[in-house]
Design a protein around this ligand. Structure first.
Ligand code: ATP
Ligand code: MG
Length: 460
C-alpha cells in the first residue's frame, strides 16, 4: 500500500506521460510518441522484476533515441532492486560493475545492463564518483544523469517518467544539463564532450547556460582520460554533422585535449574558403571511423596527424589508415595509368578508393576514378600477389636467396606496373637482370655473324 502511495506521488512529481497506446514513433521534434516500442527482452526483464515487487524502467539513451525514432545503440534498465536481488531474479547474469550497481542480464546472447537506482557520491577527480549510494527513489537516479534528454525512464505500465524537462527539450531540440551545469560538468568533464557530441548527432542546440558553463569549466577536460575523449570525438565525427567538431574549438576545450589537437586549423576548414570546407568534404564520406578522422586531419602534416591520434589512443589500424590517407592527400593527381597503378599498389585498392572519396571534387579526380576503374576492370597486376613470378621462380632460375632477390622481384613488379602486358612468366624470367647480359648477347648472336657459344661461355 505504502509503495502504491509513494509511486502515485512520484508519478505526479515526475510529470509522467500516461502510457496510452497508439502513439507511433516520430523522428520530428515536437511530435513525440507517448508509448514507445521496447524490445521483447527488455519488456521481459522489466516484467520479471515487477513481478518480484521491484520497480524497473528502460532508462537514458534508449528512451531518448526511441522517442526520436532513432535506433538505440543499447538498452539499459534501472531498477529499485539491489544487484544481489537482480541476480536472484535472472538465471544468466554477469557482474559487470557490481560496485556501481550494474549487473548484465543475458538474454539470447545479448546483454542488458540492469543498474540499481543510485545517487553518485562526490567526484574525486572529475572522473569517477568516490562512492555510489543505492536509493529507492527513481527521481534521484534520474538526477545523477548528465542531460535532461538522457534523464527519462519508461515502462509500458507507467509511461514516460520525465523529472527534469527532458521531453520539452527533446521537442525544442535543446541540450541542457540536469541541474546546475557548472556542478554537473565539474563532477565529470566528459559531459562537456557528450553535450557537444549529442548536439552533432541530433542536430540540437546547446542551451545558453549550459554553453556558458562549458566555456568556464573547459580546463577540467584535462582530467578526463584520453580513451573516453577519443570515444566521444569519434562518435561526433561519425554523426550526421561531423563538421561540428568545430564546436570543440569554439567551446575552448581543445587546448585541454592536447596542444597538437588544438593547433588543427579549423578556421580554414569552414565552407566557402579557397580550400574545400569540412561540410563539403564530410558530405561525401560514409560514416567510417578512419575516413572521418582522415577528413578532419586532411590538411595536417602526416607526423602531426599521427601524434594527435596516438595521443588519443586510437587503435593502430585506424592510425595506419589515416596516416596513409593524409600522406597522399596533397600529392599531385597522377595522369599516367602506370603511375596510377603504382599509387594503387602502394596504398592498396581499398585505401586508394578511400582517397578518391576524400579528394572528390578536386580537379582531375573524376578522371582518376575512371582510369582506376579501368585498371581494376582489366585485372591489371597491382599487387605482388598477382605478379606472374614469385621468389621461388627466381630461386629456380638460379638466383641466390637474400636481399638482391627481393630487389629483383620489386624491379620486375615495377616493370609490370609500367606495362601490365609484361606480366607473363616467360617474359619476366627473360627480364631477370642477372640474365640480362646473357639475353642481350643471345639476341646479338642471332644477328648474322654473331657467336652464341662465345657469349654463353662468357656469361658462365
Ligand atoms: P550512446 O549510447 O548513444 O552513446 P547514451 O546516452 O545512451 O548515448 P550511455 O553511455 O549508453 O550513453 O549511457 C546511458 C545513460 O547513462 C545516459 O543516457 C545517461 O543517462 C547516463 N550517463 C552516461 N554517461 C554519463 C555521464 N558521464 N554522466 C552522467 N550520466 C551519464
Ligand atoms: Mg546508450
Amino acid at each position: 500500500m505504502k509503495r502504491e502511495k509513494e509511486a502515485a506521488a512520484e508519478q505526479e512529481e515526475m510529470r509522467p506521460v500516461p502510457g496510452a497506446a497508439g502513439g507511433d514513433t516520430a523522428s520530428k521534434k515536437g511530435k513525440l510518441p507517448e508509448r514507445i516500442q521496447i524490445p521483447a527482452a527488455v519488456e521481459e526483464i522489466i516484467r520479471r522484476l515487477n513481478t518480484r515487487g521491484y520497480e524497473a524502467f528502460a532508462v537514458g539513451g534508449c528512451v531518448r533515441d526511441t522517442l526520436l525514432g532513432r535506433e538505440p545503440g543499447d538498452w539499459d534498465v534501472t531498477t529499485s532492486a539491489s544487484p544481489q536481488q537482480v541476480k536472484a531474479v535472472f538465471k544468466r547474469t554477469v557482474d559487470t560493475g557490481i560496485m556501481h550497481g550494474t549487473v548484465t542480464v543475458m538474454k539470447d546472447h545479448v546483454g542488458y545492463e540492469v543498474t540499481t537506482y543510485r545517487i553518485d557520491g562526490e567526484y574525486e577527480d572529475g572522473r569517477h564518483p568516490k562512492s555510489v549510494q543505492f536509493t529507492s527513489d527513481l527521481r534521484e537516479d534520474l538526477r545523477r544523469r548528465d542531460l535532461t534528454i538522457n534523464a527519462m525512464a519508461y515502462s509500458h505500465e507507467t509511461g514516460i517518467v520525465d523529472a527534469f524537462g527532458g521531453l520539452e527539450d527533446l521537442r525544442a531540440g535543446l541540450i541542457r544539463c540536469v541541474g546546475d551545469p557548472m556542478d554537473r560538468f565539474g563532477e565529470d568533464a566528459l559531459r562537456i564532450l557528450r553535450a557537444i557530441r549529442f548536439s552533432a548527432q541530433l542536430g540540437f542546440r546547446i542551451e545558453q547556460e549550459t554553453w556558458e558553463a562549458i566555456g568556464k569549466i573547459a580546463p577540467a577536460i584535462a582530467k578526463v582520460s584520453k580513451e573516453r575523449i577519443c570515444t566521444e570525438l569519434t562518435k561526433l565525427l561519425l554523426s550526421a554533422r561531423p563538421e561540428q567538431i568545430g564546436q570543440v574549438y569554439e567551446a575552448g576545450i581543445s587546448p585541454y585535449i592536447s596542444q597538437r589537437f588544438c593547433q588543427v586549423d579549423v578556421g580554414r576548414l569552414k565552407a566557402g574558403g579557397q580550400d574545400r570546407g569540412w561540410p563539403e568534404i564530410f558530405s561525401q564520406l560514409p560514416a567510417r571511423k578512419h575516413l572521418r578522422w582522415a577528413a578532419f586531419l586532411l590538411r595536417e602534416e602526416e607526423a602531426a596527424a599521427v601524434e594527435i591520434l596516438k595521443d588519443l589512443k586510437l587503435d593502430n589500424d585506424t592510425i595506419f589508415r589515416v596516416r596513409t590517407l593524409v600522406r597522399w592527400s596533397d600529392r599531385p593527381i597522377p595522369a599516367r595509368k602506370a603511375d596510377i597503378r603504382r599509387a594503387m599498389s602502394q596504398m592498396g585498392t581499398e585505401l586508394f578508393a578511400d582517397l578518391l572519396l576524400l579528394r572528390a571534387g578536386e580537379p582531375g579526380v573524376e578522371e582518376l576514378k575512371g582510369s582506376a576503374g579501368e585498371i581494376l576492370e582489366a585485372g591489371d597486376c597491382i599487387s605482388l600477389k598477382t605478379l606472374a613470378v614469385t621468389g621461388k621462380d627466381l630461386l629456380e632460375a638460379g638466383m641466390a636467396p637474400g636481399k638482391a632477390l627481393g630487389e629483383e622481384l620489386a624491379r620486375l613488379f615495377d616493370l609490370v606496373l609500367e606495362d601490365p602486358g609484361e606480366n607473363r612468366k616467360e617474359i619476366l624470367l627473360g627480364r631477370l637482370s642477372f640474365r640480362k647480359g646473357l639475353t642481350e648477347r643471345l639476341d646479338e648472336s642471332q644477328k648474322p655473324g654473331g657467336c652464341a657459344a662465345e657469349s654463353l661461355s662468357e656469361d658462365r
